[in-house]
Design a protein around this ligand. Sequence first.
Ligand code: MTE
Length: 322
Amino acid sequence: MLLQRKPELTYADVTPKEIYFNRRKFLKAMGITGVAAFAGRNLLNLASPSRNVYAATKFTGLIKSPFSTTEKETPYQDVTHYNNFYEFGVDKAQPAKNAQNFRTSPWTVSVEGEVKTKRKFTMDEILKFAPLEERIYRHRCVEGWSIVVPWTGFSFNVLARLVEPTPKAKFVAFESYWDLGQMPMAKQALAGIEFPYVEGLRLDEAMNPLTLLCVGMYGESLPNQDGAPVRMVIPWKYGFKSIKSIVKIKFVSKEPPTTWNLANSHEYGFYSNVNPNVDHPRWSQATERRLGDIFRRKTLMFNGYQDQVASLYTGMDLKKYF
Ligand code: MTE
């Protein structure tokens, strides 16, 4: 994510990912040898692949989801070392390094607001709500890069039905964990956004079967930098809607505030549906670069999930409600 008032542009922000992440492979592919000019700071992080040391769980017997794409999965190493998780730093390589000791157990998620049954759920309870599925989704960041990830989880509507939203519930507000003791970078002055990180969906968006309550990836529990122990994944929206390390879910009657909209409402709307026809004020959204690819590809309307979600927006001006 790029804010106009971001303190400084990092190496990762301005460097093609192939160079920044795996310069040797890239140089070889480009036929260039003997060049040793790239900054080494971020490359050091590659030596320490980080997994969730507190709750590394391998999931077995995952149900294959009919919503999965058959496109090639992005390698685990790429997906787990090129992250946006501002609580652990604004540089793409920092979350993998700085979130290593993040404590994700014990963990509870409070479900509140306009529901019949307000509840605090432990992770053990959440993991038993429904059979876990593997969903291979395209995931498109507003910055123009994309990944294909085999997530683990189940439709968010399972949780919603369990707590029974009242007729007043029209939106769902999500809140991330925030603790300066464990996340010293999670200060507005450093990250350029307010904390705790908050996000929101319209109730019908939240209830759409594609909306995933996510507890893992690549058949294992989520690495800390990817939002352990539980996050959202909303595949037809830009990545920043997919809030990480959730501690609170509140069903509400009014559109809730969202972090990037609070930071810059001109650039980041509430809906943030992937839309190649609506540019970001500072760049085009017509194409994207899949991590690992050299060339850009066309971005698909609703990130390719048009059949499942276009009806949610019938009659809406998507330029106005961007
Ligand atoms: N959730 C929290 N709590 N903090 C964040 O900084 N970044 C968002 C989103 N969820 C973010 C967050 C952004 S900008 C993106 S693109 C995705 O997480 C990135 O998810 P990934 O690192 O798993 O690819």
